[in-house]
Design a protein. Structure first.
Length: 644
């Protein structure tokens, strides 16, 4: 788990070393344990490894220091958070014996031991016990096809001296970040946008379409674009080849339906769900540093906690955040897991006194505005995790997307049942929803499912998000497009969209930036691609049955997770008092920001209308809308105004 950076001048002109150095210095939080550099001239075939001030002493004794100038047209930088093989053997950039291949790698290959055994059987030799060397030797042995063997989260770049090119890749679900800018002459990449900005090779400009989408539709990172006009993301499940001719990007994995899985009986599917989750957790317990678990009281984090306890011989540390009040406090459910034994719990009381300065620091780590206070609370919790001596944290991210845990999915499920003429089943689910969630919610789901059936997706999106935004505060609305066609299965299409576009991408970004801000590696067992593929292909009614969501996961975790949790239908979803913050303790600071003439110069919002609304009817803003506006303004000041 680390931070990567690089500058490649495709025309062969020399790079500026101080620019590369700045890109690694600003992300020391991603890798405080070590630092390394590679300088290369791709046409001449020359390369040299170097150390700098944060490199470990053993590396300093073997290499030359990073020079202040160079004639090389390629520079690669690296920051290390040591997790596997804590010795100098885990130093990067890592080269093979021939010195033809150099790797910088952010992430973890969880099945590295299995791949290593496969390579050993082929006669491949190893000089370290790191997963980094396994990744490098896998590329040398299998080329692009090595990606098919990897179970993990990763963003990496390999300098292939033989082919005079860079090979870059990102994991299937996009757990680890990879951002870049390309202008036909230079390819510059990094783990975080701020690295590209501080290199002075990118002039920060607001991507207004992304900003307006965020403010109006609460959409974040649904495409390759970022909030910076010139900075893009390498898409998940993709690799890139970069050489003197330019850049080409290809997908290497697609989430697709498996007809064999669709034919499984419920009993067989339940056992397979359980075994896949157990194996995913087992692989993610591999660590050479202390490990803990994020426990929120919901089914997902409780499942991870209880499965991990079953597989681990050690007492496991759990970390939980709570806020006072029945709408925020999950401690009774958290305690139910802890009472099963084998846990050492740490509780964190959410800060009721958040300040603009704290939010500013958080936005610096996010490189983007955010849509609510939950990720901010998680950011604060990671500070506790690190201060407790924990470097790796498992969490339940992804369970809702895989097993249809959000109420959002109900309308698509009902619409598909109606479309498939499963009228009795649809009526049964509607009846159960009305009984457990109230008659009005049952009618609402019926109305929304009808909108799905009639194909009115733009109207549906508007209905779904009207509670979040006040349309006349923003200059333009951009169309929302679902992934793929909606002509086959409404429910599976919504699940695919949630996994690949609307839900997971921004949550994984928050998770990465929050954890790495405090030098903690976050692991997400539910997003093991084998479990993702399996869960996606399950029959619809295995996920929702009798109005109960995550039905098969609940059944699979029977006798593993306390029944008190499995029977829950009221999970809060890591709620935070966001709107209480903006209307109370942040009220004066918000007034000051909005009255600043600078705010009213923004082209992505009608500042005067916002100010009028704050003064005349502050309670009429959409849910968390004022938080998003303030986040956007603070982001603009931090990354655009201060740097321009």
């Amino acid at each position: 788990m680390c931070g990567i950076a690089g500058i490649f001048h495709l025309d062969g002109s020399p790079i500026q070393v101080h620019q590369l150095r700045a890109m690694t210095q600003i992300i020391r939080h991603r890798g405080p344990d070590d630092e390394g550099f590679l300088l290369a001239h791709t046409e001449a075939g020359q390369s040299s490894a170097h150390w700098s001030s944060d490199s470990i002493s053993e590396i300093k004794s073997k290499l030359e220091p990073l020079p202040t100038t160079t004639q090389c047209n390629l520079g690669i930088g690296f920051r290390r958070l040591a997790i596997i093989d804590l010795s100098a053997g885990g130093h990067q950039p890592l080269c093979d014996e021939s010195k033809n291949y150099y790797l910088t790698f952010n992430g973890q290959i969880y099945n590295y031991l299995e791949i290593k055994n496969e390579l050993l059987a082929l006669g491949v030799n190893f000089k370290t016990v790191s997963d980094t060397e396994v990744l490098l030797k896998s590329y040398i042995q299998w080329g692009v096809k090595c990606l098919d063997r990897l179970i993990g989260m990763f963003a990496f770049v390999i300098y292939d001296r033989t082919n005079k090119c860079l090979f870059a890749a990102r994991d299937r679900l996009g757990v680890k970040p990879f951002v870049y800018t390309y202008d036909n002459q230079r390819f510059i990449w990094a783990s975080e946008e701020k690295q590209l900005i501080c290199s002075k090779l990118v002039t920060p400009q607001v991507n207004e379409s992304v900003m307006v989408h965020f403010l109006r539709n609460v959409s974040l990172f649904e495409s390759q674009e970022t909030f910076f006009k010139e900075i893009h993301q390498l898409p998940p499940a993709s690799y890139a080849l970069i050489n003197a001719k330019g850049i080409s990007i290809q997908k290497y994995w697609h989430l697709q339906l498996d007809e064999d899985i669709e034919q499984l009986t419920f009993g067989a599917a339940k056992e397979k769900t359980k075994s896949l989750l157990e194996d995913a957790v087992k692989l993610r317990l591999r660590s050479d540093v202390p490990l803990g678990i994020a426990l929120s009281g919901g089914i997902d984090s409780s499942s991870i906690s209880c499965v991990a306890r079953k597989l681990s011989p050690s007492i496991l540390r759990t970390f939980s955040v709570y806020y006072e009040g029945k709408n925020f406090d999950e401690r009774p459910y958290i305690q139910a897991v802890i009472n099963t034994g084998g846990f050492d719990p740490v509780f964190y009381t959410g800060d009721q006194h958040c300040t603009v300065d704290q939010i500013n620091q958080w936005i610096f780590h996010q490189d983007a505005p955010t849509s609510g206070g939950s990720p901010f609370a998680a950011y604060q919790n990671y500070r506790n995790v690190r201060s407790a001596g924990i470097t790796v944290l498992l969490n339940g991210q992804g369970g809702d997307e895989l097993f249809a845990g959000y109420p959002y999915y109900l309308k698509y499920f009902l619409a598909q049942q109606i479309k498939s003429k499963q009228y009795q089943a649809a009526l049964n689910n509607l009846w159960k929803i009305a009984l457990t969630q109230g008659p009005m919610n049952g009618l609402k789901q019926l109305f929304l499912s009808w909108k799905v059936l009639t194909g009115k997706m733009d109207l549906l999106r508007q209905l779904e998000y009207q509670k979040y935004a006040t349309a006349n505060l923003y200059p333009e609305e951009f169309p929302y497009i679902m992934e793929g066609a909606l002509s086959t299965n409404f429910f599976k299409q919504a699940l695919l969209n949630g996994i690949t576009r609307t839900h997971l991408p921004h949550m994984l970004r928050w998770e990465d930036r929050n954890s790495m801000a405090h030098s903690v590696e976050s692991r997400v067992p539910f997003l093991d691609h084998r479990l993702v593929e399996f869960a996606y292909s399950l029959p619809d009614h295995y996920k929702i049955q009798g109005g109960i969501q995550k039905f098969i996961l609940r059944d699979a975790m029977h006798s593993v997770v306390p029944e008190q949790i499995l029977k829950r239908t009221d999970k809060i979803g890591f709620a935070t008092p966001t709107d209480q913050w903006t209307s109370c303790i942040l009220k004066n600071a918000i007034q000051e920001l909005l009255h600043d003439p600078l705010f009213r110069t923004r082209t992505w919002i009608y500042g005067n209308r916002v100010l009028k609304k704050v003064n005349e009817s502050p309670q009429s803003f959409g849910q968390h809308e004022l938080w998003r506006i303030i986040n956007a303004e603070l982001w603009h000041r931090r990354f655009i105004d201060q740097i321009s």
